[in-house]
Design a protein around this ligand. Structure first.
Ligand code: UT7
Length: 323
């Protein structure tokens, strides 16, 4: 018998305010056509003044708990993947823990930028298979609008705010790839790439800073590393792209998503794409895409899913799971 971390529910939250590409045309030297053709993005959501990452995360958590038919007190581990927590400390996770009424267990943040949800999912899986938790709530939540330099056309048009959450529960499996739940994970990082994607401020410099990115360089690494990590994760359990029902990629750029799918030999009819509506929501993009993939009838119980993501660090990875 093998313990598996099985998905019991997913939920999401998007701030009310929708910002179309045209909003940027009035402010910087850009066009709707450039943004759409280079990134696939058409609109994104921005949090309201005073609305914080933990607000978004708590709403997504409650939505996932509702779908799972669980109360917050039935969760024993809560992880928030974010790079835009409300405060330097405490963690966004403990703030969400309190907000949703989870009085026991433990909560902590994971910071792997756009790869954060994949890293958090892998940590939750480790907690469950090692018997340290029975039910984990894994949340990706970001307010990247707070670290956008709105004068920088190369980055400001790409990002959005949002949150998604997923409830994992321990279940018995037979150890085969027919089991529901997380089947394999692959995590990587290489700190030598710090300068191609970073925020030029932080606690230790007593500034907040803005996101800085060498887009072309990040693009090049994404195209190469995402397919490789997905292949590695699948290979750990003897699977290939042919076995995949849905790729649920980090939603940064439609061209990266297409190129990764093609390298994996998976048609775009088996890829969940939400980048047009959300932009790049960093750690929130995969759980947002999972929630919408389920809601619109794409992802069904028993489907083999691969999620993959890359972000600042660089940090990148993939998770293979059967829904
Ligand atoms: O989630 C974390 C991971 N992040 C990513 O995966 C993002 C990876 N990178 C990308 O998605 C793409 O590199 C971008 C969408 C950021 C840019 O696309 P690109 O095809 O690499 O364009 P580029 O940066 O090479 O810029 C092409 C041209 C430049 O003009 P010149 O030098 O050719 O005259 C830019 O100045 O487009 C110009 N440009 C713009 N033009 C209109 C850059 N930003 C804009 C803009 N509007 N917003």
């Amino acid at each position: 018998m093998t313990i598996r971390a099985v998905v019991r529910g997913v939920g999401h939250y998007l701030p009310e305010r929708v910002v179309p590409n045209a909003w940027f045309e009035d402010r910087i030297d850009t066009t709707d056509d450039w943004i759409k053709s280079r990134s696939g993005i058409e609109r994104r959501h921005f949090a309201a003044d005073g609305e914080t990452t933990s607000d978004l995360a708590a709403n997504a958590a409650n939505a996932a708990l509702d779908i799972a038919g669980l109360k917050a007190d039935e969760i024993d581990a809560l992880i928030v993947a974010t790079s835009t927590a409300d405060l330097t400390f405490p963690s966004a996770a403990t703030m969400v823990q309190h907000r949703i009424g989870m009085t026991g267990g433990f909560a902590f943040d994971v910071q792997a930028v756009c790869a954060g949800f994949v890293f958090a999912l892998s940590q939750a899986n480790a907690l469950i298979v090692s018997g340290q938790a029975k039910r984990a709530l894994v949340i990706g939540a970001e307010t990247f609008s707070r670290i956008i330099d709105f004068e920088d056309r190369a980055t400001s048009v790409l990002f959005g705010d949002g949150a998604g959450a997923l409830v994992l529960e321990a279940a018995d499996g037979d150890g085969s790839t027919a089991d529901r739940g997380i089947l394999a994970t692959d995590l990587n990082s290489d700190g030598s790439f710090r300068d191609i994607l970073y925020v030029d401020g932080g606690v230790s410099t007593q500034t907040t800073g803005y996101l800085r990115m060498q887009g072309k360089e990040v693009f090049r690494h994404a195209v190469e590393k995402l397919a490789a990590t997905a292949h590695t994760a699948l290979g750990k359990v003897g699977l290939t792209g042919d076995d995949v029902d849905w790729i649920v990629p980090h939603q940064a750029n439609l061209r990266i998503i297409k190129s990764t799918a093609s390298k994996m030999g998976v048609g775009m009819d088996r890829v969940v794409v939400t980048v047009q509506d959300h932009g790049n929501t960093s750690a929130a993009s995969i759980p947002l895409a999972l929630t919408l993939g389920v809601a619109n009838g794409q992802i069904k119980e028993g489907d083999l899913i691969v999620t993959e993501a890359i972000g600042g660090g660089l940090a990148w990875g993939a998770v293979v799971l059967r829904w």
